[in-house]
Design a protein around this ligand. Structure first.
Ligand code: FES
Ligand code: FES
Length: 155
């Protein structure tokens, strides 16, 4: 299969890689770049575990081809960690993490929301995170953790 030269920016670094054209964005991020914070849950767009930011929008990387990221900026959970994003601390402080598998997706989605709407209400937070599934936490502390960061934004 003929390879394709993908050029994009990932967590602030310019990347150029030859990839198979049938590679998903999730496979590219996890296998080619070794950024395993992006998780594969359902692989079908149903759980939100694989979310990354693509030019600021949270996208299901399991449903996208890597080639669709050509020329774009990708931020993964590792990028948010490196820039000390306050959501990460807040999830830890509010005990919003149990096994942790779903958490990168929640944080990516919450980052998209608060970037667009720093005054999001609890209902807006719940609505925004409705596509993210967690098998462990019961969601309450997750909503609280996102709400605490919103309050910091409002100070
Ligand atoms: S792994 Fe992509 S939405 Fe579940
Ligand atoms: S913390 Fe385990 S699936 Fe969410």
């Amino acid at each position: 299969m003929k390879k394709y030269l993908l050029k994009c920016q990932v967590n602030g670094k310019n990347i150029e890689r030859e990839i198979r054209p049938d590679k998903t964005l999730l496979e590219f991020i996890r296998e080619d770049l070794g950024l395993t914070g992006t998780k594969e849950g359902c692989g079908e767009g149903e759980c939100g575990a694989c979310l990354d930011l693509l030019d600021g929008r949270a996208v299901n990387s399991c449903l996208m081809m890597a080639a669709q990221a050509h020329g774009k900026k990708i931020i993964t959970i590792e990028g948010l960690r490196d820039e000390k994003n306050p959501l990460i601390d807040s999830f830890a402080k509010e005990a919003a993490v149990q096994c942790g598998f779903c958490i990168p997706g929640f944080i990516i989605k919450a980052e998209e929301l608060l970037s667009e709407n720093p005054e999001a209400t609890d209902d807006e937070i719940k609505e925004s995170l409705a596509g993210n599934l967690c098998r462990c936490t019961g969601y309450k502390n997750i909503i609280k953790a996102v709400g605490k960061v919103r309050k910091k934004c409002l100070k």
